[in-house]
Write a protein that binds this ligand. Structure first.
Ligand code: AMP
Ligand code: MG
Length: 401
């Protein structure tokens, strides 16, 4: 059986970054940047004031307290009409260009605030409170590299560079196939033996969180023909993500259907819990993930295998895998020791230290074990238990409060 790392390497080997497309700036948030962002101008474009105060010559205030005559105002967005000369000052607002002749800004708090004349109480070093031209970025400088996911900071940078359009990775379409005779839709009446198809909603949300496009194709009954037909249709999308039907049950048809469709199976089982039966296949040049049916198995195997693949497919080059941290365990974990186990935990930051609180139920069908889980604590093969207070490795899969 493959280790998780071996399986991840096999997944990533199947993925090449897909095409890029040009989108309006307003649609760029959450997408993967596919061009280097290069500053076209120095920013700021000229020396400007970091404070509301007075633009002065440092030499004039060396003997503070001194009084200077005020020649007028220079507000943000406006240019000074006069230069500062010996013995004079201009009242200046934050962001306004420092006028000719001045080299220093005295913040208003160090003055009497006068408009005709101003008393400066304190000498300042030359250049104080001046933001220098180009101190943020220089023309020609690469400020964001291709391959980065576009968040709020990148949106601000794109705007600063006046990029009204931007090249981003195309969103791969991910077909979501839910297998199982027991499944009903959210709006169908409950019936004995039937359960709601929660995986379709779980997986669609996880797909969208990566930035890819989810296509929910619906429920497929557990028979050979229906399963073949469903995968045949699903293979029109860039990726196929199925749940259920990959175990050794008498009604598990996913692998057989993929065989019939000429798929090349890359692996079937991974030494992990939950989620041992995970299939990776390639068919008609599409990558197919056959995830197990249990919701938590879907959840964990999505974070470990599918999300990194989708990110790479969009051209993302960093943070492909969940970050690993070390956290102090709040309550003990028990394992059979035969496989690596991923326990759902709630990571908290307490007094500068991360703590991992295992969710109360850890069954692979437990939806409650996913609510509030922002970490997957790892207990390795061969280890049968970890006591409270021990430090454990945890994969971060959500925001830490
Ligand atoms: P399977 O992998 O098909 O043997 O399914 C394993 C378990 O997951 C069974 O208890 C199924 O009822 C459950 N399951 C399968 N598919 C889904 C689904 N789409 N939503 C919720 N639970 C499911
Ligand atoms: Mg099934």
């Amino acid at each position: 059986m493959l280790t998780v790392e071996e399986a991840q390497a096999k997944v990533m080997a199947e993925i090449v970054p897909g095409e890029a497309e040009v989108v309006p700036l307003a649609d760029a948030h959450g997408r993967v940047l596919r061009e280097d962002l290069v500053a076209r101008f120095d920013a700021p474009e000229a020396d400007n004031s970091a404070m509301d105060g007075y633009a002065v010559r440092a030499d004039d205030i060396a003997g503070a307290p001194v009084t200077l005559s005020v020649l007028g105002d220079v507000a943000a967005g406006h240019l000074a009409q006069r230069a500062v000369e010996a013995g004079t000052a201009l009242r200046i607002m934050t962001g306004a260009y420092v006028p000719e002749g001045a080299d220093t800004v005295v913040q208003i708090e160090l003055t009497d605030g006068g408009t005709e004349t101003v008393r400066i109480d304190k000498a300042l070093a030359r250049g104080a409170n001046v933001r220098r031209r180009g101190e943020d970025m220089r023309a020609g400088q690469t400020v964001v590299k291709s391959g980065r996911r576009i968040g709020a900071a990148e949106m601000a940078m794109l705007a600063a560079l006046q990029k009204t359009t931007v090249r981003v990775g195309r969103r791969p379409a991910v077909a979501i196939v839910s297998t199982g005779d027991e499944l009903i839709g959210v709006d169908e009446p409950r019936a004995p033996g039937k359960i709601v198809n929660t995986n379709a909603h779980l997986l669609a949300a996880l797909v969208r969180e990566t930035g890819a496009e989810a296509r929910v194709l619906g429920i497929v009954r557990d028979n050979r023909e229906a399963t073949i037909a469903a995968f045949d249709d699903a293979l029109q999308s860039d990726f196929v993500l199925s749940s259920g039907g990959v175990s050794v049950g008498a009604y598990d048809f996913v692998k057989e259907a993929l065989d019939v469709l000429g798929a090349e199976q890359k692996f079937w089982r991974v030494a992990m819990k939950p989620g041992k039966p995970v299939v990776l296949s390639r068919a008609r040049d599409r990558v197919v993930f056959g995830l197990p049916g249990n919701p938590v198995s879907c959840f964990v195997s999505f974070h470990l295998f599918v999300a990194p693949a989708l990110r790479k497919a969009m051209g993302q080059e960093e943070h492909l895998f969940p970050a690993a941290v070390r956290a102090r365990l709040a309550s003990p974990l028990r394992s059979a020791g035969d496989r690596r186990v991923y326990f759902r935990v709630r990571l908290t930051s307490e007094d500068g230290e991360l703590h991992a609180h295992p969710l109360a139920t850890q069954g692979s069908g437990s939806l409650t074990s996913m609510i509030g889980a922002n970490g997957l604590a790892i207990v390795n093969e061969g280890v049968e238990g970890v006591e409270a207070g021990a430090i454990v490795p945890v994969l971060v899969i959500g925001e830490i409060a």
